[in-house]
Ligand binder design. Structure first.
Ligand code: DGL
Length: 271
C-alpha cells in the first residue's frame, strides 16, 4: 500500500504535515527535508527542479504513491515540469501535488477590500505563480507581493523572537504596507513562516488577517482523495509516520519538533 510523501527544502513542510495529519490521521506519511541544500529560495529554476526531482524520486522509491511538495519555492519552480514532463516518463501511476493551488483557490474568500498581501521567498515572488494562479480563481483581486529572503534563515537558525528577527519582520511588512494600505489579508506563502506568526502579528496594521497554508492544503488533500477514490484505495491507512533529512538527524529532531509541535525521530539519508 502506498504512503504519502511530504517534501520540503527543510523544516517548513512540517507545518503542512502537522495540519494534514490532524485532518487525515489514518494515512501513512513519509517526510523528507533536504536540509543539507536548504534554503532553495534564492536558487535558479533549473537547480530547484533538479533537487526537487531527486527528492521526489527518493520518496517514490520509499513506497510513496503521492508526493506533496510542501514548499512554495518548489511548487512555483518545479511542480509543473515534474507533473508534465518527468512523471509520465518514470512513474505514470504516481501523483505529485503542490501547495500553491490549494491556497489560491481559497484566498479570495478572506478579503473584503480585494487587496491581498503575499510574503514569500525570492523564488516564489519572482515566479509570479501566486498572481497568475489567483488571477484564474479571483480575477478582480489586487495582489501585492514582498520577498523576505532573510526570514527562512532566521527560522532555520532558531532566531525567532530575537531583536534581529523582529527587525526584519517589521522591515518587510512596512515595505509591503507602505505600497498599499488597503491590504486586509496577508498570506504566508512560505511554509516556514508560520513559525514567525506571533512576530508578524505584532507588526501588522490592525485588522489584517494572517493566513497560513497548512489547513488549506489539508482540506484540499481531503477533497482530492475523496474525488480520486480508486487512487485513494491504493494508499496505506496504517497511520505510520517516518521522518528523513539529508543533514544531521539530531539537529532535525531538535529544530523540527518546533515546526511539528511534537517530538520527532528522524534518520539521515543520502540521495
Ligand atoms: N519552505 C519553503 C517555501 O515554502 C522555502 C524555504 C527555502 O527557501 O528553502 O517556499
Amino acid at each position: 500500500m502506498g504512503k504519502i510523501g511530504i517534501f520540503d527544502s527543510g523544516y517548513g513542510g512540517l507545518t503542512i504535515l502537522r495540519a494534514i495529519k490532524d485532518l487525515l490521521p489514518e494515512y501513512s506519511y513519509v517526510y523528507l527535508g533536504d536540509n543539507s541544500r536548504a534554503p532553495y529560495g534564492d536558487r535558479s529554476f533549473d537547480v530547484v527542479h533538479e533537487y526537487t526531482l531527486q527528492c521526489t524520486d527518493w520518496l517514490f522509491n520509499h513506497d510513496c504513491d503521492l508526493v506533496i511538495l510542501a514548499c512554495n519555492t518548489a511548487s512555483a519552480k518545479a511542480l509543473r515540469e515534474i507533473q508534465q514532463t518527468d512523471l509520465p516518463k518514470r512513474a505514470d501511476s504516481k501523483r505529485v501535488l503542490g501547495v500553491i493551488r490549494p491556497t489560491t483557490e481559497q484566498i479570495g474568500h478572506y478579503t473584503k477590500t480585494g487587496h491581498i498581501g503575499i510574503v514569500g521567498t525570492k523564488g516564489t515572488v519572482q515566479s509570479h505563480s501566486y498572481a497568475i494562479e489567483i488571477g484564474h480563481f479571483f480575477p478582480d483581486l489586487s495582489i501585492h507581493q514582498e520577498a523576505c529572503p532573510i526570514w527562512v534563515h532566521l527560522i532555520e537558525n532558531e532566531l525567532m523572537g530575537t531583536p534581529g528577527s523582529d527587525y526584519f519582520v517589521q522591515y518587510h511588512l512596512d515595505r509591503l504596507f507602505s505600497r498599499e494600505k488597503r491590504i486586509d489579508t496577508l498570506l504566508l506563502a512560505c511554509t516556514h513562516y508560520p513559525l514567525l506568526y506571533s512576530t508578524i502579528q505584532r507588526y501588522l496594521p490592525k485588522g489584517v488577517r494572517v493566513i497560513s497554508q497548512g489547513p488549506l492544503v489539508a482540506q484540499s488533500l481531503k477533497q482530492y482523495l475523496h474525488r480520486h477514490s480508486v487512487f485513494n484505495r491504493r494508499l496505506s491507512k496504517k497511520g505510520e509516520l517516518e521522518f528523513y533529512t539529508t543533514d544531521s538527524n539530531l539537529r532535525f529532531d531538535q529544530i523540527g519538533s518546533n515546526f511539528f509541535a511534537a517530538d520527532i525521530q528522524s534518520q539521515t539519508v543520502h540521495l
